[in-house]
Design a binder for this molecule. Structure first.
Ligand code: GRG
Length: 309
């Protein structure tokens, strides 16, 4: 498996996900809706269709391909996951959270529109994710759709991404009169597994759910997803320290400025880089049960560790 193959698969999933989201997020109301306010639909499209690597939909497509799941189903689940991811970015950029002006090289949603519209666009995208998963195009069997809904809800909510964001804000000293909650390595790992890892992990296990794979196969995907989540976050933290804002399309150096709890802050740059390397080997080991079919997922783990944006 060459990097070109991985890159071309990433590009192809990105293109297909964007066409699907463009179609799903059109201005015209669909059955059961009363009307789609134009400005809100526009803000939801702005938040989802302007760049982004589409790495999470790629994980859904690649994990689904292990079991020859029809691509249309994987793309639906990937689009739902991307809606949750994009909502989280819109809300994370708000003045009450990270207060960022730039995302994917463009003004953040609240800068382009206004705060109220950005909040509602995020709310709309979160709800829309479950609308997508509930459709028969995601899977003809309602029991499988319910499994997908439950898994995405658990990874996105209280005990997943939203919970992780709360832990992050607490560690930053947002509550308790600015008193920072100092976290040890395990504390940071839990926070990051929730805030960043949970959605990536869902992307990996989604293929197993769509295929109704065996418990062993699902456990292997879960392990791989956990490792990719860890690697993704360490790489993101390193980029915040070593990257530049122009390449990243967002402000760099914000973690240190905010005193954020990161593994780079706890371990130091060199140890964090060494950890990243060993995570790539762990990812390859987790994929062993799938043999050569998992080559693109192994390449994806390397991409995560080496990414520059
Ligand atoms: C506000 C509920 C709520 C949650 C926010 C995702 C998140 C939680 C905060 C974003 C902060 C951040 C930079 C986290 C690090 C990992 C991350 C999600 C990076 C952005 O994801 P990419 O690189 O972005 O996949 P693209 O633009 O490619 O989609």
């Amino acid at each position: 498996m060459t990097t070109e193959t991985f890159q071309s698969q990433l590009t192809s999933v990105a293109t297909d996900t964007e066409s699907l989201l463009t179609r799903l997020l059109g201005d015209a109301a669909v059955s059961g809706e009363l009307a789609r306010p134009k400005r809100l639909a526009e803000a939801m499209r702005y938040a989802t269709l302007n760049g982004g690597k589409r790495f999470r939909p790629f994980l859904v497509a690649a994990s689904s391909a292990l079991f020859d799941v029809p691509r249309e189903r994987a793309l639906m689940v990937g689009a739902a996951l991307e809606c949750v991811h994009c909502y989280s970015l819109v809300h994370d950029d708000l003045p009450a959270m990270d207060d960022d002006d730039l995302r994917r090289g463009l003004p953040t949603a609240h800068k382009k529109f206004d705060e109220a519209t950005a909040i509602l666009a995020g709310d709309g995208l979160l709800t829309f994710a479950f609308d997508i998963l509930a459709r028969p195009q995601a899977h003809p069997d309602p029991a499988v759709r319910i499994e997908l809904v439950l898994a995405l809800a658990r990874n996105s909510g209280l005990g997943g991404m939203v919970g992780g964001q709360m832990l992050d804000l607490a560690a930053e000293g947002r509550f308790d009169n600015g008193k920072r909650q100092s976290l040890d390595e395990q504390g940071v790992a839990t926070l990051q597994a929730m805030k960043t890892g949970a959605l990536l992990r869902f992307g990996c296990v989604a293929g197993g759910i769509l295929a109704q794979a065996s418990a062993d196969q699902r456990a292997a995907l879960d392990r791989y997803g956990d490792i990719v989540g860890k690697a993704f976050q360490i790489a993101d933290d390193l980029l915040d320290v070593e990257g530049d804002s122009a390449t990243l399309g967002k402000a760099a150096g914000k973690d240190a400025e905010a005193g954020k709890a990161t593994l780079v802050a706890v371990l130091g740059i060199d140890k964090a880089k060494a950890r990243l390397k060993s995570l790539v080997s762990e990812a390859e080991a987790a994929l062993k049960p799938f043999g050569a079919k998992a080559a693109v997922l192994a390449e994806a783990a390397r991409f995560v560790a080496e990414r520059k944006a």
